[in-house]
Design a protein around this ligand. Structure first.
Ligand code: AMP
Length: 397
């Protein structure tokens, strides 16, 4: 399978056709009020393309975890209202998912009309990828467009099952994810540098194992770096440690050496007395962390070392903060790396979740080539796993 060769919404004739689009409308709600419409805004390019090209647009998504029951607090009705404002046209809201309301609204659609069906997770069959439910979803339309990258690592009815019954292509959001993450993994502009941080080695083992085979330089920061330091025989005080991963950390570093991959871990650290935002802090080399102190950020020499390695790279993949970046005192390491990535001129890809949030909060969002819209999905992609929601898409002829 060549993921870079998947059909997009532009590779299929949509005029006059009913097109089922899987969106990611899993928006934060506070008492029925949408507190951030970013995901709805992100879905606009695909929807607008379909409207402009005379498709009959049927949108679907999950929202929260209603666990197979019709619970009004998980209704997508507020999304239809907001989307309607953003598009400047009516978005018809079905009162069910694949029932009479959805079917009759779909039948009445004119070219360029838009409707939204209810939360696909109102049916327990959705997350079981039940073939009968998938068929019912597919029967609403003639073409399937998947644009929900954040759910692409799940094999559910609305992400993969429908593709068994009608032609499936990707929308612009998934196309961009494939182009950047897939491109970096399969055909990167070199040198390829990966920066991994965050709390746990165990969360990123799969990513490290896969990336070691592909990168020129691997940089490890954040809480997970201390397990690597421990494997070198350093004392790490009360820093985060995954004792059962020390041996593995050592093996990873040996493997990097064998493959000629540059493997960088912090040479100095900002350590704190306690795990608290205003705790007493000082900078110490990695082999001199005193007992009772914990590493909470990379130190200034490490910032320089990492920045130097990032400079001159062709492609950078970054996932996870370099320290407890939520706290001002321990944010400078993450800020330094964000700055180096932004100034590198490289193709820069930021994994979803915490690192995406950090980059946005620090004001570097528009300096990055790509910020992934899916935390879990982007990690699985970087682990080299095939994402079912992408595998299911038709390939270009
Ligand atoms: P992750 O979800 O694995 O990307 O990890 C992100 C979390 O790791 C953030 O909440 C950070 O506060 C935390 N983190 C990063 N570095 C450290 C550290 N040195 N000690 C404790 N937590 C850390």
């Amino acid at each position: 399978m060549n993921v870079l060769n998947k059909k997009t919404v532009e590779d299929i004739a949509v005029a006059g056709k009913k097109v089922l689009v899987r969106c990611d409308f899993n928006v934060p709600l506070d008492n029925g009020v949408i507190t951030s419409d970013k995901r709805i805004v992100a879905s606009l390019p695909t929807i607008e393309y379909l409207i402009k090209n005379d498709a009959k647009v049927i949108l679907c998504s999950h929202l929260g975890r209603p666990k197979g029951e019709f619970k009004p607090e998980f209704s997508l009705a507020p999304v239809a209202a907001r989307l309607s404002e953003l598009l400047g046209k009516e978005v018809k809201m079905a009162t069910d998912v694949v029932g009479e309301s959805a079917q009759s609204l779909a039948k009445e659609l004119q070219n360029g009309d838009v409707m939204l069906i209810e939360n696909v997770r109102y049916h327990a069959e959705e997350t079981k990828n039940d073939p009968e439910f998938s068929k019912k979803l597919a029967d609403l339309a003639e073409i399937f467009v998947n644009d929900a990258f954040g759910s692409a690592h799940r094999a559910h009815s609305s992400t993969t099952g429908v593709a068994d019954y009608i032609p499936a292509v990707c929308g612009y959001l998934i196309q961009k994810e494939i182009a950047f993450i897939g491109g970096a993994l399969e055909n990167p502009k070199r040198p390829l540098v990966a920066i991994l941080g965050g709390a746990k080695v165990s969360d990123k083992i799969g990513v490290i194992t896969n990336l070691i085979e592909k990168v020129d330089t691997l940089i490890i920061g954040g809480g997970m770096a201390y397990t690597f330091m421990k494997s070198l025989g350093h004392s790490i005080g009360t820093s985060l440690l995954e004792e059962d991963k020390v041996e593995l950390a050592k093996e990873m570093m040996e493997k990097a050496k064998e493959k000629g991959v540059k493997f960088l871990i912090p040479v100095d650290n900002v350590v704190g007395k306690e795990y608290a935002p205003d705790t007493e802090a000082m900078t110490v080399p990695s082999d001199e962390i005193p007992d009772g102190w914990m590493g909470l950020d990379i130190g200034p020499k490490t910032r320089e070392l990492f920045s130097e390695a990032i400079k001159g790279s062709g492609t950078v993949i970054w996932n996870g903060p370099m320290g407890v970046s939520e706290w001002e005192k321990f944010a400078p390491g993450t800020v330094a790396v964000a700055t180096a990535v932004a100034e590198s001129g490289a193709i820069s890809i930021i994994g979803g979740g915490d690192s995406a949030a950090a980059v946005k909060k620090l004001g570097f969002a528009d300096k990055m080539s790509h910020i992934s819209t899916g935390g879990g999905a982007s990690l699985e992609y970087l682990e080299g796993k095939e994402l079912p929601g992408i595998v299911a898409l038709s390939e270009k002829d």
